[in-house]
Design a protein around this ligand. Structure first.
Ligand code: BGC
Length: 748
C-alpha cells in the first residue's frame, strides 16, 4: 500500500467552546497495517479498550443513556466513537475536545442512523424495496452519504437487512421485506451507495449491516422478542442478505437484540466468530445494538454486567453501543484472565482500521466542514432524486374501471387525515429530515401539479387515531359535490419503526368508518395509503375503486403521489411483502413449504383436513411481487432452452412481455423456481431473478434469464450447501402468484 501524502486544506472557522480557530496540518502517514501496528504499540490495555467504547451524545436516543455526560468521558479519553452527534459544527467541536484531551489523539468515529436519507429523505426502505430497482436504492444511499458526511457523520447504522414475514413487527418498514433474493440485491445496493468505491473520499461513509441476526423473526412479531429456528432456516432465509453485504465490502455489522435458540446475538460465538469472522472472513467492526451487552443480564445469559462484557468480547463484539460495560469492567476481566489481550487487540485493530480507511488519521476534521455542509444539504439534484425514487416506490393495488389516472378537469375531493400532512410524509427514522415546512404534502403536490386549478377541495374529515367526528360532515359535504374522491389515509410515522409492534394492522382510528360514509355518496373513491407496514385491506379492497400504496414516500412524497394520480408517472412498484387478508394469517410469505396436506382452496370438496384456517383462505390479499400499472402487460411464449442440464451447464428461460394497454409503462418480470423433491423439503417457489423493463405502448420485449446449478443450491440434509439432481419448475410472471411455468431436470 502506498504512503499517502495528504495536504489538508485549512478551514478557519469559529466554533463553540471558546470560539477557537482551528488549523489542519499537512500529515504524512504510513500504510494501514504499519500505521495501526505502530499506534497500537504505544497504547496501554486501557486505551485499547476505550477504542471499543461508544457513547451517545444528546441526540436521538432509543434507550437509557449511560450515566455520565459523554463530554466528560471524551475528556477522560475513554471513548472511541459517538453516536447521534451530527452537524459539521457540533462534530468538529466534539472532535476537538477529544483531540486536545486524549493522550494519543486518536480521532473519534461519529455514527448516526441515516436510514433512508439524512436531510433529503427518500421513501422508507420498504417503499424503496418496492421499486425493485437496486440502482434507485444505491442512488438514495449515495445521496444520504453525501449529506451525512458533509455534516460530520462517518458511519451510518444502515442498511437493515432483516428479512420480515410478519407485519405485526413494526420494523418491517426499515427493511426490504420477506424475500432473501430481493433482500440481497437491496443490501448490495445500499452498501455500494453508502460506502462508494473509496471510503477515504469525504462523501462516503461506513455502512452497517444490521441486525445480525434473525431480528425480523421475533416471535409473534413483538419487537425484541425471542427467535428459535433451525440453522438451515437461518442460513437459507435470514443470513444471505448479511453475507451479500459482507461480500460487497460492508465495513461494519450490528448485532440484534434477540436471542436465537437460547443464545442472544450479542454473545453468540457461533454467529460472530464461526460464521461472520470465520466462514465469511469479515475483517470489519462488529458493534452491538443499543445497550446490547447490558441486556445480556436481563436475557438471563450473564450473571452481571462484567460477566456480560466477557461473554460479548469472547463472542466477537468489537464495540459496545452505549452501556459502558467494556469501559467499566473489561480491564478487570482482562486482569483476571477472563478475556485475552489478543481479543482486545483484535477489536481495537478493527476499529483503528476503519478510522484509517475513512482518512481520519490524516485529517480528523475532514468530514466536519461547515461550508461543504451548507452547499450539500438539500441540493436540488438530491431533492429531485428523492422525487424520482418515490415515484418508483408507489404500488398500485387496485384500479377498477381505470378510475386512475385522474383528469385535471375532474372535480376532486381530497379527504383524509394525511391529505395536508407533512410531518408523517418522511416516515420513521428520518434522521434530520425536516418534518414541517419542507416535505411536500399530498395537497401541496396536487397544487404544484395542477397549478392554479380551483376544482379540488381538501378536508381531513378524521384524525389518524382518535374518536373525534367533528370534521367528518364538512368533508362529506364537499365530497358530495365531487366527481371523484381521493382519500389519503394511513398510519402516524411512529406507528411503524422501532418498538411499535401491533396486534391489529387495520387502518387505525375512524378512517375505515369515514371511508364507509364516503362510500354511501356513490362516488368513485381512490384510497392513497401512507404507512410503514402491510395493512389488512380486505374491506378496502372490496369497497374502494382504486388503491395506491405510497408508503411514507419522503421529502418529495406529495409531488410523487400527485404526479402519479394524474398520470405523469405510471406506477411501477411491486410489493416486497405479502399483504394478509387478516392479521391471523401472520406470518405470511410466498416462499412457504407445501406441507403433506397442502391447501386446495376453501371451496374444494376435498379441503377438510388440510393445512388451513376454516374462516379465511391461505392466500394473501395481495401477493409478494404484486403491483398494477395504468397499462396492461401480457406474458406469452415462455420457453426453456433445454429440458435437461448437468451441473456445469446453464438453462435459458425466456418470455415475451407485451404492453397491451394505453400507456407506456414499466414491468418487473419475475422468475421463480421450485425444486420439486429434495433431501429436505423445499419452498413452493423461490425468487431467483427479476428484471425491470420499460415497455412503450404496443411494444413487446423478450426477457431471458439463465439458471445454473449455482442458483439451485440449498442446505441439504447434511447441511452441505449444494444443488441436488432432480426436477425443477421455473415460473415467470408478473408476481409470485404466477402459474406460468416450464420445467427441466438437473442431472449428474
Ligand atoms: C436500534 C438500532 C439503531 C440504534 C442506534 C437501536 O435501538 O435497534 O437499529 O441503530 O438504536 O440508534
Amino acid at each position: 500500500m502506498k504512503t499517502k501524502l495528504i495536504v489538508i486544506f485549512l478551514v478557519c472557522t469559529f466554533f463553540g467552546y471558546g470560539q477557537k480557530k482551528q488549523a489542519n496540518k499537512v500529515v504524512k502517514i504510513k500504510p494501514k497495517a504499519e500505521f495501526v501496528a505502530e499506534l497500537m504499540s504505544k497504547m496501554t490495555v486501557e486505551e485499547k479498550i476505550y477504542q471499543t467504547v461508544q457513547f451517545t451524545s444528546d441526540g436521538t436516543v432509543t434507550g437509557p443513556k449511560s450515566g455520565d455526560n459523554f463530554i466528560t468521558r471524551i475528556q477522560q479519553g475513554k471513548v472511541g466513537s459517538i453516536l447521534n452527534a451530527t452537524g459539521a459544527k457540533e462534530t468538529r467541536e466534539i472532535q476537538r475536545i477529544n483531540l486536545e484531551n486524549s493522550r494519543l489523539k486518536i480521532p473519534l468515529l461519529f455514527g448516526h442512523d441515516v436510514i433512508h436519507g439524512y436531510k433529503t429523505i427518500f421513501p422508507i426502505n420498504l417503499g424503496m424495496a418496492s421499486s425493485w430497482d437496486p440502482k434507485a436504492v444505491e442512488l438514495a444511499a449515495r445521496v444520504a452519504a453525501s449529506e451525512a458526511s458533509s455534516a460530520g457523520v462517518h458511519w451510518t447504522f444502515a442498511p437493515m437487512v432483516d428479512i420480515a414475514r410478519d407485519a405485526r413487527w413494526s420494523r418491517v418498514s426499515e427493511g426490504s421485506g420477506e424475500d432473501p433474493f430481493l433482500g440481497i440485491q437491496m443490501a448490495i445496493a445500499n452498501v455500494k451507495g453508502f460506502q462508494g468505491a473509496d471510503l477515504s473520499k469525504n462523501n462516503t461513509i461506513l455502512a452497517c449491516a444490521k441486525h445480525f441476526a434473525a431480528y425480523g423473526a421475533a416471535e409473534a412479531g413483538r419487537d425484541y422478542n425471542t427467535v428459535d429456528m433451525s440453522e438451515r432456516v437461518l442460513r437459507e432465509t435470514y443470513l444471505p442478505a448479511f453475507k451479500a453485504a459482507a461480500e460487497a465490502g460492508v465495513k461494519t455489522f450490528m448485532t440484534s437484540f434477540n436471542e436465537i435458540s437460547g443464545v442472544p446475538s450479542t454473545a453468540n460465538k457461533f454467529l460472530l466468530r464461526n460464521v461472520l469472522k470465520g466462514e465469511w472472513n469479515f475483517d470489519g467492526v462488529v458493534v452491538t445494538d443499543y445497550t446490547g451487552i447490558t441486556e445480556l443480564v436481563a436475557h438471563g445469559f450473564a450473571t452481571d454486567e462484567k460477566n456480560a462484557g466477557e461473554l460479548a468480547m469472547n463472542a466477537g463484539i468489537d464495540m459496545e453501543m452505549v452501556g459502558g460495560v467494556y469501559m467499566n469492567f473489561l480491564k478487570k476481566s482482562y486482569d483476571e484472565g477472563k478475556v485475552s489481550l489478543a481479543q482486545i487487540d483484535d477489536a481495537c485493530k478493527r476499529i483503528l482500521n476503519v478510522k484509517y480507511d475513512l482518512g481520519l488519521f490524516e485529517d480528523p476534521y475532514r468530514y466536519s466542514d461547515v461550508n461543504r455542509e451548507k452547499e450539500t444539504i438539500y441540493k436540488p439534484e438530491f431533492l429531485n432524486a428523492s422525487l424520482e425514487v418515490a415515484k418508483k416506490s408507489l404500488v398500485l393495488l387496485k384500479n377498477s374501471n381505470q378510475i386512475l389516472p385522474l383528469k385535471s378537469s375532474q372535480k376532486i375531493a381530497f379527504v383524509g387525515p394525511l391529505v395536508s400532512d407533512e410531518y408523517n410524509m418522511i416516515g420513521s427514522w428520518a434522521a434530520l429530515g425536516d418534518r414541517n415546512g419542507f416535505a411536500t404534502s399530498v395537497k401541496e403536490g396536487v397544487v404544484n401539479y395542477l397549478r392554479k386549478s380551483t376544482n379540488a377541495t381538501f378536508d381531513e374529515g378524521v384524525e389518524i387515531q382518535s374518536v373525534n367526528r367533528d370534521k367528518m360532515q364538512k368533508a362529506l359535504d364537499n365530497a358530495k359535490n365531487a366527481d371523484v374522491i381521493v382519500a389519503v389515509m394511513g398510519e402516524r410515522e411512529n406507528m411503524s419503526g422501532e418498538a411499535a409492534s401491533q396486534t391489529t394492522i387495520d387502518l387505525p382510528g375512524l378512517q375505515k368508518e369515514f371511508l364507509a360514509e364516503l362510500k354511501k355518496l356513490g362516488k368513485p373513491i381512490v384510497l392513497v395509503l401512507l404507512n410503514g407496514r402491510p395493512l389488512t385491506l380486505t374491506w378496502e379492497n372490496e369497497n374502494m375503486d382504486a388503491i395506491l400504496e405510497a408508503w411514507w414516500p419522503g421529502t418529495r412524497g406529495g409531488d410523487a403521489i400527485a404526479q402519479t394520480l394524474f398520470g405523469a408517472n405510471n406506477p411501477n412498484g411491486k410489493l416486497p411483502m405479502s399483504f394478509p387478508r387478516k392479521v391471523g394469517q401472520l406470518p405470511l410469505y410466498y416462499n412457504h413449504k407445501n406441507t403433506g396436506r397442502p391447501y386446495l382452496g376453501l371451496s374444494d370438496p376435498e379441503q377438510k383436513y388440510k393445512s388451513q384456517y376454516t374462516d379465511v383462505g391461505n392466500s394473501p390479499l395481495y401477493p409478494f411481487g404484486f403491483g398494477l400499472s395504468y397499462t396492461t402487460f401480457n406474458y406469452s411464449n415462455l420457453k426453456i432452452s433445454s429440458d435437461k442440464i448437468n451441473f456445469n451447464e446453464k438453462v435459458k428461460v425466456s418470455v415475451d412481455v407485451s404492453n397491451t394497454g394505453n400507456y407506456d409503462g414499466q414491468e418487473v418480470v419475475q422468475l421463480y423456481v421450485r425444486d420439486l423433491v429434495g433431501s429436505v423439503t423445499r419452498p413452493v417457489k423461490e425468487l431467483k431473478g427479476f428484471e425491470k423493463i420499460d415497455l412503450k405502448k404496443g411494444e413487446t420485449k423478450t426477457v431471458t434469464f439463465e439458471i445454473s446449478s449455482e442458483d439451485l443450491k440449498f442446505y441439504t440434509l447434511d447441511m452441505k450447501y449444494e444443488a441436488e439432481a432432480g426436477r425443477f419448475d421455473v415460473f415467470i410472471g408478473t408476481n409470485s402468484d404466477t402459474e406460468n411455468k416450464v420445467s427441466f431436470e438437473l442431472v449428474k
